[in-house]
Design a protein around this ligand. Structure first.
Ligand SMILES: [Zn+2]
Length: 350
């Protein structure tokens, strides 16, 4: 090392890095992590009102009866199957959430999926399902993959390491459902929020007292789907709306003056947008342009638009990535559920 500059840089680097290294080594690693976590929880506490105590763990396991058998319409083979509820839930969980997620997030999802079935059962036989309670089509009910399908798709190793974690999440919440006024609730859930969830009546037609807009502060930091951008040419934009509405008056020139967001929901999604001579629902724009959510802003460029979208999914109920964030920050599954489903409780059915 003959270069004097290189020697100088080395000396400076050592004099900075050695004290840092010493302080890291002398600090108790476990305690350091815990105190950082504690601090984060304190910081977000005001936004998550459902949380009273940081470390309290509630045991909801009060009954130990055999799990029920339910009829499930398998849309892939067009047949009804009689499945043990808890085994069915493992197949739902494997389809609806990554096994990479924190165990508490998986447990929250397991309880939400179990509650969905009980809610559907309370609504009576479903003609769309050949009278089964639920089907295996995620567009209508919940995704479901059988043990054999999962093994074939993911291999032995995955079954050993990941499927066992899914089974654990289901077993540790056996029989638990979410109730409002002692009735199972409609547990809607979705991938990623924009920072707030939506009121159900602003996205779907029906209002539910437990599907209310709440803060979801962790999606931003945890979800890889928090922000997405659709770049679309003025020409393609006009073409898309021309084919959706035959009587729309919209021209490629000066789109900026023809488009205006008129109203947003409590959760921030576009409720009504003026496009040309029409007032269109944000959810319809989402469908026409295949946007990740209805929470978007439009940036007008020379001959194209940047549509910047926040979140992924309909935004009502539990955000899965929000749940993952809460779990990573130390929240238990029942705290996650009572946060996203306003005014609800956990009930042990069996
Ligand atoms: Zn269905």
């Amino acid at each position: 090392m003959k270069n004097p500059l290189a020697i100088l840089i080395t000396i400076v680097a050592c004099s900075i890095s050695i004290p840092i290294l010493i302080s890291i080594v002398s600090y108790d690693g476990i305690e350091a992590t815990a105190s950082v976590k504690e601090q984060t929880i304190e910081e977000i506490k005001p936004t998550l009102e459902s949380r009273d105590k940081v470390k309290e763990i509630i045991n909801y396991e009060t009954i130990n009866k055999k799990s029920p058998t339910i009829s499930v319409y398998n849309h892939n083979i067009g047949k009804n199957q009689q499945l043990d509820m808890e085994e069915y839930l493992c197949g739902v969980l494997a389809g609806e959430m990554s096994a990479e997620f924190n165990l508490e997030a998986l447990k929250a999802q397991a309880v939400a999926a179990r509650t969905f079935v009980m809610y559907k059962e309370g609504k009576g036989k479903q003609s769309k399902h050949k009278n089964a309670i639920v089907c295996t089509d995620f567009r209508h009910c919940q995704e479901y993959k059988s043990y054999d399908e999962l093994k074939k798709k993911n291999g032995e190793e995955w079954m050993k390491n990941s499927y066992s974690k899914i089974q654990q999440a289901v077993q540790e919440t056996k029989g638990h459902i979410i109730v409002y006024n002692d009735e199972p609730i409609l547990t809607l859930y979705f991938s990623t929020s924009s920072g707030k969830t939506e009121n159900s009546e602003e996205v779907f037609s029906a209002a539910y007292p437990y599907l209310k807009s709440v803060d979801s502060p962790y999606d931003k930091d945890y979800s890889p789907k928090y922000v997405s951008t659709l770049k679309i040419t003025n020409q393609d934009f006009v073409k898309a709306f021309n084919s959706a509405y035959s009587d729309i008056q919209l021209s490629e020139n000066d789109l900026n003056s023809q488009i205006e967001i008129l109203d947003r929901s409590d959760g921030g999604s576009v409720e009504i947008i003026k496009i040309g001579n029409k007032k269109i629902k944000g959810t319809d724009v989402r469908q026409i342009l295949s946007l990740n959510s209805a929470n978007f802003d439009i940036e007008f460029k020379e001959d194209y638009l940047d549509i910047v979208i926040k979140g992924y999914g309909h935004g009502v109920g539990m955000s899965q990535w929000g749940a993952e964030g809460m779990a990573e920050e130390g929240y238990q599954y029942y705290e996650i559920l009572s946060h996203y489903y306003t005014g609800t409780k956990i009930k042990d059915l069996y």
